[in-house]
Ligand binder design. Sequence first.
Ligand code: ASP
Length: 590
Amino acid sequence: MRPADAGREVTVCGWVDSARDHGGLLFVDLRDRSGIVQVTIDPGRSPDVWSGARHWRGEWTVGVRGRVGLRAAGNENPRLPTGEVEIVPAQVEVFGKARPLPFQPGDASVEETTRLRYRYLDLRRPALQDNLRLRHRLIAAVRATCDGEGFVEIETPTLTRSTPEGARDYLVPARTAPGSFYALPQSPQLFKQLLMIGGLERYYQIARCWRDEDLRADRQPEFTQLDVEMSFIGPEDVMGLGERVVRAALAAAAGIDLGGPLPRLPYAEALARYGSDKPDLRVPLEIADLTEAFAATAFEGFGAALRSGGVLRALRVPGGAALARRELDALTADARGRGAGGLAWFLYGGEGDLRGGGPPCRSPIAKFLSPDELRAIAAAGRPAPVEAGDAVLAVADRPEVAAPVMGWLRLWAADRFRLREPGAVWRAAWVTDFPLLEWNGEERRFVAVHHPFTAPHPDDLALLASGPGHVRALAYDLVLNGTEVGGGSIRNHDADVQAAVFAALGLGPEEAREQFGFLLEALSYGAPPHGGIAFGLDRLAMLAAGADSIRDVIAFPKTARAADPMTGAPAPVAERQLRDLGLRVVPPVR
Ligand code: ASP
């Protein structure tokens, strides 16, 4: 309702946002999904309406019928889009009264468990409704883009067999087969592959997935994926489609522009340059590798690590010379806590060692390094050279320790010195060439980095038996502002290659047949080359909405303990239900 609507006869239904009695005149702010409008009631002019509305309280549902009028000069409210008009009702009606609320819907300071207990009240908060509308636009754009490219939306079962995505399953006891269980799918992985073998060629689904994991801010026991699979394609086709879908979805959801073509970062390069396989590219700092420059170093602090196959990685921290000794000590302790043997630091500017050629350098270890080595440290700045006022932080260690420690330092420096590109900046990249397998020390075997159906890089096939840890996968992740938002791979469509991957995972032919016989069998009846990807819709919506938690973009989320305080789920069931299922509850072993 705007001034142009003045004189219109309207009916408005909604919630009483507030009711104020101003010396006789009654002002009611009426709220619905589209916003707030003021209703003005004058007891002198309409005593019936006044007596019908004078007891209204916050959060009652009411309806008014009346005429839109312009507010008297001086009474406008510039903060409301409807602030120049008011409704003068001829008739009012109460639909539903409200008891005093446990909290005011606008009050986001209330403890989250309480807000989840009364989620339907919290949902009256406009910010939360906006998030759900954003999510709707995102999904609508996903559907439009996939439909436009000839993809078919197909539902897959939720009562199924366990899918090995690496998490614990949610199990559903089967009444018809006591002692047997369905598993809720961790993803539709096997079904979408079977759809390809079934000849569908282009599949997508807005799929609900379940993983029984310990929860964090960006995890929920059930979550939603945009799941895609395609046939007769290669990695570029999947990444191309994925990119088009995500671009369209983010643009529709929040007007986000991902910019030009997204960079491709091989996994090894991402770890070396950014210390992470999900680098935050809003941070304009890169890690330098100084291993070669220190190959013959006389400084034992680095030499010992380098001689046993370690690397020396260094990071320029703009402004870092301001770090106090206390802070550097704390940082060193933190780096140790993350497994590093130590942390070397070099502060530039003021008075210091001049042998490195750059600005004067202060460091407890400078005196142990040669001029060439000091020069290498001073040249470690990426992308910009070291200047007076900067610091260089360095770690010499095994690459699997040095990379993540440097990655953590890079993000720490970004926070400490506010180095992230300011404002709503979106930096996305594809990370490719992940390793196929990684060694799991606890289980003493190789496990799949993505999942067991991922195809090895064809150039690395021969390594599968001789050096499984060195095989690259045809797998790719989409990373947005330091968050993994999607991942997928080309699959094994050749039953022999799939069997070889199972073998590398320590799954003998018998076990493989027992668990995945249906897949191996299907692959033997003419399977197309195929691959796909899945995007975390909750995470995409969270990022697009600028929310801190995926709970803010899910209508009815669960707590960090996987509970729903509103319905009380999970809850015990009746003895009879257990009997039907052939189950008996055993007290938990503590
Ligand atoms: N099923 C995989 C996942 O949920 C995605 C894929 O490989 O397409 O991560």
